[in-house]
Write a protein that binds this ligand. Sequence first.
Ligand code: CA
Ligand code: CA
Ligand code: CA
Length: 275
Amino acid sequence: MDGDSYTEVYANTAQDSATPQYFDLPGTIARYAKLHCVDNHGDHFYLRVNEFELHGHVYQSDAGSGSDAGDNFNQATSISLGSHSGYTYESRDPCDWYKFNMTFGEFIEVTMTPPTGSDHDLYLYDPLGNMTANSTSYGDATEHIVYETNSTGEWRILIHASEGKGEYSFTVTYADTIHVESIDFKKTNPKLDVKVTIYDDVGGSVPGATVCMNITYPDESVHSVSEVTNEDGIAKYTITPLEQGTYIVIVTNIEKDGWIYDPAANVETSDSYTV
Ligand SMILES: [Ca+2]
Ligand SMILES: [Ca+2]
Ligand SMILES: [Ca+2]
């Protein structure tokens, strides 16, 4: 650093001028600046930045907060849902805590991509401080948690640098969920079409979802079948030939990569048709 260029700051505590002191110095590229006492005016020690020492730190603005995210549960930094980035360092800043509001019964999804070549892990805590889920893959693999919240309040995540340092990115969102919107029948002798319509949590139809169902025939035999939804979100299964009596359809599961089946959102889970 240029010896003529310096910044003056002051601290409220007396420091031994013979020993360099380290202070947060927001707005600089260094997290810490090395300071020496140069003068004493009354109750303030005026300190002069003699040099910057990076110590592996950079100026942090975790999740756009302007500083380092809190180092423990109680000091968690508030964030909104969405995508963020932050900075960690295994030996000096291993813990970044964030908090956000969730209501009971929401499906929360958190993904975190560690700095290349590091190993960071992801933990989810409920408002009471219980760890409810974690993702602790080896190396710099992306960590991923999906969890159905069981209480309303401030939920928290801990991003922990178990190895390495650098910038990580993470996203906190509601998970994409799917549910049964309707079960319909269409009879055209000699067959009966069962149509199960699958919607997402914002009311859109979901193509490519595998719908598993148990169909009880009039003779009380149970047939486990599965069909994939078309572009209108409809899975169609055809029963033929038909017997006289009642067919009962129960949806047992819906599967689609990256999506969560939320049975509680089903408009109906079973329906029947009498031939
Ligand atoms: Ca940090
Ligand atoms: Ca931190
Ligand atoms: Ca990991």
